[in-house]
Design a protein around this ligand. Structure first.
Ligand code: NAP
Length: 341
């Protein structure tokens, strides 16, 4: 008997516009037999990242091209139901590049066991790519020193909220920029940020002046656009600007100069301050993954690092769940519970 599985495929490329439900199509496909070294799993959770939109657009050169009609890529967590790989047995929980499908057959080499002693979904967020991005981008590119003033955009998001806590653990003063009073209150009251600026409530320049009287030593950017520009105006001497994300530009067409937002008008401030601006891309830091995983796991187990999850439910809601990231409806790491997990 052939087993089948529901899966979401890419129906259109959302270049130069916001995502739409029509960019995805729900299909049923056969699940192939399990080959040598492979594992069959049932998906319990899907993990969402703004970069998935750029994967659909085929403009992100660091991932395999995504075909129209091809499986929607994405990370997930599943339970092994059959294994022809010596490292996994039925019942094991694993994470990996499952894609948006309810059942998958994957090479065991692409999967990682969910660590013991933490809630399994942590392996998709704080102990997954999100946490590693926060840790490695902040430590390796931001090069924090105790006493530094650190400003983070997208601060209440999955990545930004971890960066801010690591900055506090590093002895820094931390100011977050986020959308809405609830998210700002959470940063200060629950996570111990020293201040928060609600960019949706008005211009952020005044807030940065108030919170950073001696300038910004590390600006950790997840957003780009006007927020990056305003932060560039307040850099301290020797500042480090970490370009981790630029979600304010993800709906613009990079091939069309008319659509692309201008670069930061205050860029010349790097001359006066001797600041550096450096991009970060997680796959380039694979050599440091083990160190990052160890530090993050220690902090999570000790309670030093807290995280919040935004849990949606139902495989059929995967497209809507991805869209939540682009208007800030998510409050914490965006996850989707699939099936009866
Ligand atoms: N370079 C890398 O290797 C790497 C790896 C992972 C992630 N990233 C980047 O890190 C960033 C955060 O990713 P995440 O997974 O942690 O998502 P997230 O921050 O949990 O969710 C995205 C957040 O972006 C904010 N946002 C959306 N549109 C915005 C706009 N136009 N202007 C300002 N803020 C906006 C929203 O927060 P508000 O409610 O505060 O607006 C939303 O909650 C993304 O830019 C992502 O591409 C980079």
């Amino acid at each position: 008997m052939t087993t089948t599985s529901r899966q979401w495929v890419v129906a259109a490329r959302p270049i130069g516009r916001a995502l739409s439900e029509d960019d995805f199509r729900l299909e049923t496909a056969p699940v192939p037999p399990v080959g040598e070294g492979q594992v069959k799993l049932r998906t319990d959770w899907l993990s969402f990242d703004p970069a998935q939109k750029s994967w659909m657009e085929n403009i992100a050169g660091y991932v395999d091209p995504v075909e129209i009609g091809g499986l929607m890529p994405g990370a997930g967590l599943g339970e092994v139901v059959e294994s022809h790989h010596p490292g996994f047995a039925p019942g094991d929980l694993v994470t990996g590049p499952i894609g948006w499908r309810e059942m998958a057959v994957l090479d065991g080499a692409k999967l990682a066991a969910v660590p013991q002693g933490v809630p399994p979904t942590a392996a998709l967020g704080v102990l997954g790519g999100t946490g590693k991005t926060a840790y490695l981008a902040f430590v390796e590119v931001g090069k924090p020193k105790p006493g530094d003033t650190v400003v983070i955009s997208g601060a209440a998001g999955a990545t930004g909220s971890i960066v801010g806590q690591i900055a506090k653990l590093s002895g820094c003063r931390v100011i977050g920029i986020a959308g809405g009073a609830d998210k700002c209150a959470w940063l200060v009251d629950e996570l111990g940020f020293d201040g928060a600026i609600d960019y949706k409530a008005g211009k952020i320049r005044g807030g940065l002046k108030q919170h950073c009287p001696n300038g910004i030593d590390v600006f950790f950017d997840n957003v780009g656009g006007d927020i990056l520009n305003d932060a560039m105006a307040r850099l301290a001497v020797g500042a480090r600007v970490v370009i981790c994300g630029g979600i304010s530009r993800y709906n613009a067409d990079p091939r069309d100069p008319e659509q692309m937002p201008p670069g930061p008008r205050n860029y010349f401030n790097v001359v006066f301050t001797g600041a550096t601006i450096q991009g970060f891309l997680l796959p380039r830091y694979e050599a440091q993954f083990a160190v990052a995983n160890r530090r993050l796991a220690e902090w999570v187990r000790s309670g030093a690092l807290r995280y919040r999850e935004d849990i949606q439910a139902g495989f059929e809601n995967a497209p809507q769940t991805l869209m939540r990231l682009f208007d800030g409806r998510n409050f914490g790491k965006q996850l989707l519970r699939v099936g009866s997990a």
